[in-house]
Design a protein around this ligand. Sequence first.
Ligand SMILES: *Cc1c(COP(=O)(O)O)cnc(C)c1O
Length: 354
Amino acid sequence: MITPRDDVALLDSYHSPQVDVAVRLNTNESPDSPPEEWTNAIAEALGSIEWNRYPDRAATELRTKIGALHGVGPEQIFVANGSNEVLQTAMLTFGGPGRTAAVWEPTYALHSHISRITGTAVVEGERAVDFSTDLAEVRRVIDLAKPQVSFLCSPNNPTGVVDDEATVRAVLDMVIAVDGLLIVDEAYGQFAPWSADVLIAEDVPLVVSRTFSKTWSMAASRLGYLVGPAWIIAQLEKVVLPYHLDAFKQAAGTLALAHVEEMNERVSRLVEERGRLVARLSELDVDVWPSGANFVLFRPRSVDGSDVWQRLVDRSVLVRNCSSWPRLEGCLRVTIGTPGEDDSFLSALEEALQ
Ligand SMILES: *Cc1c(COP(=O)(O)O)cnc(C)c1O
């Protein structure tokens, strides 16, 4: 009987449990629906799609509009079905058998998972005790493994830690020294005080990935992108399947970009709400990590993390249970929701901690 590739047979599949509860704060989605004008515009656009024709393969309008957000042209934007597919395409292009990717844990599980799926060896380094990027450790791993691809995640999922510009520049120098590529995953970039997109240049091996899933209230549409040098985008375009971005998704993304201001206001509201949530958490019997994203990592001090998670589910509140993940013993991650959802979470947590 046919068997999968040996390395695939050994893999665990990635999944985030979806439990039916009233308050869902486990996957870092936006708590708000997209703007109503967008919903109306997309309904109208649906009628003018030429369904019998393949979509614009180059997605030029969408890439042009996304590029404008970052001050670059469409030739510096690669778009795909969620930033996970963006990362997969990057690994199919720059990783693969005989090549290595470096990650510093704890970080987004998909970086190592996608690397392995593409046949890329993974070398894992450690973050510092406070989960910041430890430059000495980054140097040790890069000098040792000479990875083709190095991953940073800023703000980092699931810890919320932001790498500052000096840190990203220092890692970039190390990556350049081994002729590697640095991928900075900024799925939560809009919630952070700065973006590594300012470091992008044609002769710099750096790409920054973003997604419509979090800030843009469009997780259901599966749309993500990467900003980088035009020569890297051209290589990714060779690897991705033809017509991978359907016409509806292109329209959805293009129409969303007419609402940048409203999205920025939503980000400000969530950042403010994050401040309120962190302040309230700090009064409870939990350790809290400062976050530059739309979620907060915390660890109950006197009750087991998994027990607290279950007690929250019993009260119809779902957060992410990270308590069995390496280096995150006892930790839970909560997404910033609406003030009402966050209040439900906080009162459920107070009871759960007793
Ligand atoms: C949510 C997330 C993504 C991916 O999202 P898509 O929905 O595939 O765009 C990528 N990176 C990080 C760090 C994330 O948390």
